[in-house]
Ligand binder design. Structure first.
Ligand SMILES: C[S@@+](CC[C@H](N)C(=O)[O-])C[C@H]1O[C@@H](n2cnc3c(N)ncnc32)[C@H](O)[C@@H]1O
Length: 368
C-alpha cells in the first residue's frame, strides 16, 4: 500500500522524505513518488520497472530507512546500524478498496455542488470533473492548498479585500472567493481585475448565479487600478511587466500578502541581450536557452529583493509539477514591516551590474 523512505543521508539539504504509493495513471498501474522537500512536495510517477531502478538508487543509498506497509505486515529495512536490519511487524494500515480509490484525494475545493465550476466548464451538471479539465481542476485546488494557509495567517481584522490581478477567466478568483466565504467564513471581498471586457462580463454573470455576493470583477488595466485597502494581492501569469505592476500595487496598498506566479520575462531578457559592456557571464549568455533561464531567475530574484526592501519576507518555490506547466514558480511576500534596508539596494545594484541590466521595471513602478 505504501513505501516510506526516511532518514535521508544524501547531499541535498532540502530533501526530507519520500512516500510511494501505487496509483492508476491514465489507466496504467504506476508508482507515484511524493518527494517531500523542506518547503514543497513534488510528485513524480513512474512505471513499475522504472520505479525499481529508481528505488535501487535510493534505498540504503540516500535513505537509510525504508518502511513498507502491506495488508499482511509492516516491514522496515534499517541501514542506520552497523549492518542492515529487516524487521516484520503486525500490519497497521488497511488496504484501499481499489487503486483508483487510492488516488482519490480529499480536495480543498471538492468538485461537487459548485455552480461556478460548472459554469466555467470545469465540471458537468452532476458535479463530475470534465475529462479535459482535470489539470485545471488540480491546479485550482493546488492554488487553494497554498493560498489557504497564507490567507488564514492574515489576522481577521486585516483581511478585508483580496485582489486578483489579470484574473482571466477567473478560475483562481472564484476559488479564493469560495475559500474565503465557505472555508474561512470570512466577509472579505474578492475583486478580479481584467483587461478583457468579455471575460469580466462572463465572470460577473457566473458570480451572480453562484450567489458569491462578495465577489466582483472590474474591467481595466492593473496599473490603473486603485488598490487602496487591499489586504492580499494575487497575480497569476499576468504577462511580463504586468506582474511588476501588480506587485507595485500590492506594495503601495501595504497589502499583508502578495503572491505572484510570473509569466514571461521579456523585459529583463531584453536588458541582458542588449547589455553594452561585456559581463563575466558572457559564456552563458550567448546561448538563447540560458539567457531565457537566467532572465527568469534574475527577474524574479530581483522582484523578491524589492519586496524585501519594502518590508516583506519572501519565499520562492515551485507550486505545481512542471509536467503541468513550465510557468510554475510562485513568489510569496508576507508583510513584516521592516522596510528600507540599504544593504538590499546594494544587492540589487550588484545583480544588475553582473547582468548588464540598466533598470528592472519594478524599480521604476515602485519609485526606487
Ligand atoms: C495568462 S492569463 C492568466 C489568467 C489567470 N490569472 C489564471 O492564472 O488563470 C493573463 C490574463 O491577464 C490579463 N492581463 C494581462 N495584462 C494585464 C493588465 N495590464 N491589466 C489587466 N489584465 C491584464 C490578460 O488579459 C489575461 O486574461
Amino acid at each position: 500500500m505504501k513505501l516510506a523512505l526516511r532518514a535521508y543521508d544524501g547531499t541535498d539539504p532540502t530533501i526530507r522524505s519520500i512516500d510511494i504509493k501505487p496509483a492508476l495513471i491514465k489507466r496504467q498501474k504506476q508508482l507515484s513518488f511524493t518527494w517531500h522537500f523542506k518547503t514543497r512536495d513534488v510528485v513524480r510517477n513512474h512505471a513499475w520497472d522504472e520505479a525499481l531502478v529508481e528505488l535501487k538508487g535510493l534505498v540504503g543509498v540516500e535513505f537509510n530507512l525504508a518502511q513498507l506497509f502491506t495488508a499482511e505486515a509492516d516491514w522496515s529495512l534499517d541501514f542506520q546500524g552497523k549492518s542492515p536490519r529487516l524487521k516484520q511487524a503486525a500490519p497497521t494500515q488497511k488496504a484501499p478498496a481499489s487503486l483508483s480509490h487510492n488516488r482519490e484525494k480529499v480536495r480543498a475545493l471538492p468538485a461537487a455542488g459548485r455552480a461556478w465550476l460548472r459554469d466555467l466548464g470545469i465540471t458537468t451538471a452532476d458535479g463530475k470533473v470534465v475529462p479535459g479539465a482535470q489539470d485545471k481542476f488540480r491546479q485550482i485546488n493546488r492554488y487553494v492548498e497554498i493560498l489557504g494557509p497564507l490567507l488564514k495567517a492574515i489576522p481577521r481584522g486585516k483581511l478585508s479585500k483580496v485582489v486578483d490581478m489579470g484574473a482571466g477567466k477567473g478560475y483562481l478568483t472564484f476559488a479564493v472567493a469560495d475559500y474565503l466565504a465557505n472555508t474561512l467564513q470570512s466577509e472579505a471581498k474578492t475583486v478580479g481585475v481584467e483587461l478583457r471586457p468579455d471575460m469580466v462580463e462572463l465572470c460577473n454573470g457566473v458570480a451572480g448565479k453562484a450567489g458569491l455576493s462578495q465577489l466582483s470583477f472590474a474591467q481595466g488595466s492593473i496599473d490603473g487600478f486603485d488598490s487602496a485597502g487591499t489586504s492580499a494581492l494575487i497575480a497569476l501569469h499576468a504577462c511580463d511587466t504586468a506582474t511588476d505592476d501588480a506587485i507595485a500595487k500590492g506594495i503601495a496598498a501595504e497589502a499583508e500578502l502578495i503572491v505572484v506566479a510570473p509569466c514571461c520575462h521579456k523585459q529583463i531578457r531584453r536588458e541582458i541581450e542588449t547589455a553594452n559592456a561585456p559581463t563575466p557571464l558572457d559564456y552563458l549568455l550567448r546561448h538563447g536557452i540560458f539567457v531565457e533561464r537566467q532572465a527568469e531567475m534574475v527577474t524574479d530574484g530581483i522582484r523578491a529583493l524589492i519586496l524585501e526592501y519594502f518590508g516583506y519576507s519572501t519565499k520562492v518555490f515551485e507550486f505545481i509539477s512542471d509536467q503541468h506547466t513550465p510557468k510554475n514558480v510562485l513568489i510569496v511576500g508576507q508583510r513584516n514591516g521592516r522596510r528600507g534596508d540599504p544593504a538590499i539596494l546594494d544587492k540589487i545594484k550588484d545583480a544588475k551590474a553582473m547582468f548588464g541590466i540598466r533598470q528592472h521595471y519594478l524599480e521604476g513602478v515602485t519609485g526606487l
